[in-house]
Design a protein around this ligand. Structure first.
Ligand code: ADP
Ligand code: MG
Length: 158
């Protein structure tokens, strides 16, 4: 499904709406270029889980845990040199467990867990502040209707 936001605030709200739907074990993979809005969306997800604290990017620590309605693990794998490092550091333990995990730069660790939510953000040509957000639910058919319903107001044409 394709969505569109016209400001960082709208992307935060989109994230919050999705965050309110998250359950233990959920994994959200966030792809897109530098500055696409992955971290903005990740902060929205945290808000939707009731996490109000500041969320600096965990670029050097790779993962920062938070406690909201459920545990929330924020990964930024931009600095990961080698996918093996991810597993050697035991970071895979935080995927599909007691909390929800959101991962920026999942390709750096070659992550394709199932079930998962694949989100790709991209810029729009018509506005500096607009983003297209594609959301693919993988092995999450039972939750598709509820999730898509809560994101309806950001649906893009086509
Ligand atoms: P990433 O984590 O993908 O590298 P960030 O979320 O850190 O990117 O930064 C996105 C930047 O783009 C921010 O400066 C934000 O203000 C800006 N921006 C402009 N329009 C949007 C939008 N619609 N959604 C998200 N961010 C936007
Ligand atoms: Mg980021």
């Amino acid at each position: 499904m394709l969505y569109r936001t016209d400001s960082p605030e709208a992307t935060t709200e989109f994230g919050r709406a999705l965050g309110e739907r998250l359950q233990p074990g959920d994994v959200i993979l966030l792809s897109g270029d530098l500055g696409a809005g992955k971290s903005v969306l990740a902060r929205g997800l945290a808000r939707g889980l009731g996490i109000a604290q500041a969320m600096p990017s965990p670029t050097f620590t790779l993962m920062q845990p938070y406690q909201g309605r459920i545990p929330f693990y924020h990964f930024d794998l931009y600095r990961l040199d080698d996918p093996d490092q991810f597993y050697e550091a035991g970071l895979d333990e935080f995927l599909g467990g007691d909390g929800a995990a959101v991962v920026e730069w999942p390709d750096c660790a070659d992550l394709h867990p199932e079930p998962r939510m694949d989100i790709t953000l991209s810029r729009c040509e018509d506005s500096d502040d607009a983003r297209l957000i594609s959301l693919e639910l993988v092995e999450l058919d039972q939750r598709r209707e509820a999730i898509e319903q809560s994101l309806l107001k950001w649906r893009a044409e086509s």
